[in-house]
Design a protein around this ligand. Structure first.
Ligand code: ZN
Length: 694
């Protein structure tokens, strides 16, 4: 023991002597010397670290760099390759094994010099620098291997020759020792390194209009980080990387000829971002203001008025949107709850939907917007696309995955492809999307709140019941917590108020300031979302829901004894989600009776428009789903039942099974209903005459 310490002490003493000599001579220490000392600070921790293959050593630079002269830090930022190589040599020598160095935390955000936004990486001045950047993974190559060497056999003399490889396309060596240049086509041996290329996009909250993105290369040593740090498509990551050119080995010969050289990042370290929302600091002053607001008896009105204040009216829509932004609680365990509050706006043109969407982008902590008609082949979920750089397939995330844990605004939803609607359906149901990509089923996280808008079927609302005018699969409609019809109907009082508001927007723009400014409301939401309000065993709270539910169900039997379904457990769960959001607005740890009551008010407002039949005075949820008689309803139910295992069935097979269950079924009715269900997307005609439930 003592001997070891003595040797260490001797080493220390020697070093100190050199230091002293340097000081006396007035010479600053060389970077090389400083790097040795710097490595010293970490070596003990590294020694005990179980090192996986490749012996990566992860160094948190900020932990010790302040103890050293500033020259060392400058050297690291200006000569990262040299710095890392020297550290690797030092570590390898001391630990007696080859080590690779990965640097975590090279600077803080306040020291912005090397903490770049993605678009700044393209600035020529940053080339060769060592930087941090943050982004969300938009696409990811998979199963790519890069050959580093290959061995070839001569067809004539059987001699084997090995040469280095530096591109995706294998190159044969020059003539062998006998002067032959006639190798077998395939190499007899290849040494390969895994390589992954990511495309990362600016984080939605960083508000970059262009959605800047950049390619990131994980080659050889840095590759293992992806797996150990659980980095996958849609992940939000922080990187340490060099800004460089596309590596020569990746460029296809013809591209190299065209000299397609654009800046890329060569990853040295990557980790998942822990924070839900970054780049927003909630100061103690902010928190005081938010807490005071939450205690204000008018907090609900104040916040509702603060959603798109430049838009007159639409109070019910704004209120529901507000609750949706705060959201319910996602629970995974004995009981799974999704927490997301999804909203659909069916809107006449020119009623302010765009203004509303633009304002939501301002206040939602994380938000993405897509246009229904514009989603590409990969759609909303994910898909395989060909990489511009390598020409190989990569997996690209769709908007649902990119907006994970945030809000996805979908405009013109009625113009969406049926495949996209199916992804949407799945994410609203299970907070994930599954897609078969190149023969493999892959599942992506999509805990995404949907606020979407569509136009009525004929472009404008007619006098038909609203439910008949929505051109979306009924199964999808039932996934929404609230649906609003934004109708443009002339009404003297309303019109006066709307035009007065527009006039005021022009005349006194300073007066339309919302009670709560957007930046503060955004912080309010971030703060509130950290709370997960619970339901207590309070009788009074429980009865608020149960009483309402039973009363509504009681309204289901008409005088003719015909049974309709007023509300289902689905709406009851929506109420609980709205109630959780209400508790969050109050910054309360538990849901109270007042929260349930507020939620019921919102749900009733929506049910009145969509399921209340003024002619009979009854609520009937089937009005959302269809406006059919009970016999056709029975037929639909039977078909749904038969097809519920999602098997592909022929028209005849379905009819045969229906006949078994409903003898004497009208075949004309059957044909009509199959046609209708196919049109609404409840079932899908995969190929001619074959149907499947989505
Ligand atoms: Zn030969």
């Amino acid at each position: 023991m003592n001997t070891g310490d003595d040797i260490m002490n001797m080493g220390d003493a020697l070093e100190r002597e050199t230091e002293l000599q340097n000081l006396e001579a007035g010479k600053p220490e060389t970077p090389a010397q400083l790097i040795i000392d710097f490595t010293d600070c970490y070596i003990d921790a590294v020694k005990d670290m179980p090192l996986p293959e490749g012996n990566p050593v992860i160094i948190d630079v900020l932990e010790h760099i302040k103890e050293f002269p500033h020259e060392l830090y400058e050297f690291l930022l200006d000569n990262p390759t040299e710095f890392i190589r020297q550290m690797e040599d030092e570590c390898s020598a001391r630990l007696g094994r080859i080590c690779t160095i990965h640097l975590k935390n090279i600077c803080t955000k306040t020291n912005r010099k090397n903490f770049l936004k993605i678009k700044q990486c393209y600035n020529p001045k940053t080339k060769g620098r060592f930087i941090h950047t943050e982004g969300i993974i938009k696409s990811m190559s998979y199963n790519d291997m890069r050959a580093v060497s290959a061995t070839w056999r001569c067809k004539i003399c059987e001699e084997e020759v090995t040469n280095k490889q530096d591109s995706f396309t294998l190159k044969k060596p020059f003539p062998d020792n006998q002067g032959h240049n006639n190798y077998h086509n395939k190499p007899v041996k290849k040494i390969e390194n895994p390589v992954t290329i990511l495309e990362i996009e600016e984080l939605p909250e960083n508000d970059d209009e262009n959605n800047s993105s950049i390619s990131v290369f994980f080659d050889g040593n840095s590759h293992y980080l992806l797996e150990t740090n659980h980095i996958s498509l849609g992940s939000r990551i922080k990187l340490t990387a060099f800004v460089g050119d596309t590596p020569s080995w990746i460029i296809k010969p013809e591209e190299a000829m065209k000299s397609v050289q654009k800046a890329v990042l060569l990853a040295n370290y990557a980790e998942l971002l822990e924070e839900e929302v970054i780049n927003t600091t909630i100061t103690s002053d902010d928190e005081l203001r938010i807490r005071a607001l939450s205690q204000d008896p008018n907090v609900f009105q104040l916040l509702t008025q603060s959603v798109a204040p430049n838009l007159e009216g639409l109070t019910d829509v704004k209120e529901a949107v507000l609750y949706s932004l705060f959201g319910g609680v996602r629970r995974i365990g004995k009981v799974n709850t999704r927490g997301l509050i999804n909203i659909l706006l069916v809107s006449d043109a020119g009623i302010g939907k765009t203004t509303l969407f633009d304002y939501i982008k301002k206040i939602a902590p994380k938000c993405k917007k897509v246009q229904g008609g514009n989603t590409s082949g990969k759609g909303l979920s994910a898909g395989a696309v060909r990489s511009e750089i390598t020409g190989k397939f990569t997996i690209e995330a769709g908007a649902l995955v990119m907006a994970n844990k945030g809000i996805l605004l979908i405009d013109e939803m009625d113009k969406m492809q049926i495949e996209d609607l199916a992804s949407l359906h799945e994410s609203m149901e299970s907070c994930s999307v599954t897609k078969t990509i190149v023969g493999q089923n892959r599942t992506f996280n999509a805990e995404t709140t949907i606020i979407s808008a569509c136009n009525p079927k004929s472009g404008r609302f007619s006098s038909d019941p609203v439910t008949k005018q929505i051109n979306l699969p009924t199964a999808l409609l039932s996934r929404y917590d609230a649906i609003f019809a934004m109708k443009d109907i002339p009404n003297a009082d309303k019109d006066r108020a709307i035009i007065t508001k527009i006039y005021k927007n022009y005349a006194q723009p300073e007066n339309i300031a919302p009670p709560v400014p957007p930046e503060l409301l955004r912080k309010y939401i971030i703060l509130a979302k950290r709370i997960a309000p619970t339901f207590t065993h309070n009788e009074e709270v429980q009865e608020a829901l149960v009483g309402f539910y039973v009363e509504m169900r009681g309204k289901s039997v008409s005088q003719e004894g015909d049974l309709t379904i007023p509300i289902t457990t689905r709406q009851a769960e929506s109420i609980l989600r709205f109630a959780e959001a209400s508790a969050r607005i109050r910054l309360s740890q538990s849901v109270e009776k007042q929260d349930i009551e507020r939620a019921i008010k919102i749900i009733l407002g929506f049910l009145k428009e969509f399921v209340y039949d003024p002619a009979t005075g009854r609520y009937d949820v089937d009005r959302i789903v269809s406006d059919t008689t009970s016999s056709t309803r029975n037929l639909i139910k039977t078909i749904v039942d038969i097809m519920s295992n999602k098997e592909l069935l022929s028209y005849e097979a379905i009819l045969a099974q229906v006949k078994e269950r409903i003898p004497g079924v009208n075949e004309k009715d059957f044909e009509e209903i199959i046609g209708k269900m196919n049109k609404t997307g409840d079932i899908l005609e995969s190929r001619n005459g074959y149907y499947q439930m989505i």
